[in-house]
Design a protein around this ligand. Sequence first.
Ligand SMILES: Cc1ncc(COP(=O)(O)O)c(C=O)c1O
Length: 443
Amino acid sequence: MKYLGKADPQMERLIKLEQKRQAETLMMIPSENIVSKAVEEAAGSCLGNKYAEGYPGRRYYQGQEIIDQVETLVIERAKKLFGVPAVNVQPHSGSPANFAVYTALLNPGDTLMGFSLKFGGHLTHGADLNASSRYFRSVPYETDKNGYLDYDAIEKLAKKEKPKIIIAGFTAYSRILDWKRFSQIADEVGAYLLADISHVAGLIAAGVYPSPVPYAHIVTTTTHKTLRAPRGAMIMVTDIGLKKDPDLAKKIDKAIIPGIQGGPHMNTIAAIGVALKEDSTKKFVKYAKQIIANAKVLSEELKKYGFYLSTGGTDSHLILIDLRNKNLLGNTVAEAYEKAGIVTNRNSVPFDPNPPFYPSGLRLGTPGLTSRGMKEREMKKIAVWMNQIVEELMKIKEKKKYTMDEEKKKEVRKEIISQSKIIPNIKKEVLALCKKFHLKTSY
Ligand SMILES: Cc1ncc(COP(=O)(O)O)c(C=O)c1O
């Protein structure tokens, strides 16, 4: 780093350490990805110096000639890629994007219905403690005992509770959503259907996961997951959204500013535009196909080793492992994997008997690995390591006779993990794999 090294060596050092961590470990958190250097350059550009409250042609500050062109270009790219008539590219991230939609369409106390956080939905879909349930009345829906969405139960709940918005989307669900069924349910009760495609936006853009655009009135997405753009979000209004309410796009724009945000992050928005250009290529379609192929192979291999997967597998980039048959907490396994350079996250599973901070599951995904060029062969290797570590942890825990409650203590988990003989060897193998599939700089 040409300038940072001189100006702030302390910060440069930390950034370099994080660069090294990313280069030397397997990024298997399904909501993460690796952007290209072109995207990084735009994100770090001078556009971040500019205040641009308002929208193209309607700003509150002078000096917007170039900024207006930037935002318009990004909007046009997003409209084309997703086939929608209106897009707001200003949300600072996914959570404010969802909140803006609620404030655009609901009054405080109105009812919204989303996928329960404990079963695979997102915090902003009406979870306890989140503003979406504090300012609105939240009536969450759940899954059946196999982890699948139960559309008949969702319909029954919608008819009983009459929500004004139904949110279809997930953060820990591996299957294809039935957008059509969701739209039928929303129509039956006169609700808006909001599809939050944050996790699968890249797969949808590539045409390898069904699009909600023909069925939902509004689509929100984060940009930093499978879409492989920087941290941000977009709100799209569809043709059927405009048919239901011709002012819908205007209401969304107003909800963002002056509703809940001030100036847009123009550097990030430009970088999202660069990524959207990358996402429109045949190469990206190939990449998105490989993400799913990798996830399918990884899940089949894990099943062969006796891992129980929620819903029994995946249709996407995401896998949710239920560790209850292994008698280990998600915390222990995630921490042990991290020691070996395999970075995942602990997660609740449907009907989890353990609390969200000490859940029984592990969530993982393949976008980051696939961005490095890894394919089926590498997934098989990773599954072997994941199994070897879990088998050894089970034996150590069994020998020490630790209970589940004791395992909730950090010292106990440390003690279990420190006795592993296999983790240091696997870490070396992970490092060798990472060196072979180094972080790419262009896509
Ligand atoms: C489905 C879904 N919606 C919204 C969000 C919120 O995004 P952010 O973390 O950018 O606020 C996430 C993030 O994980 C998500 O998975």
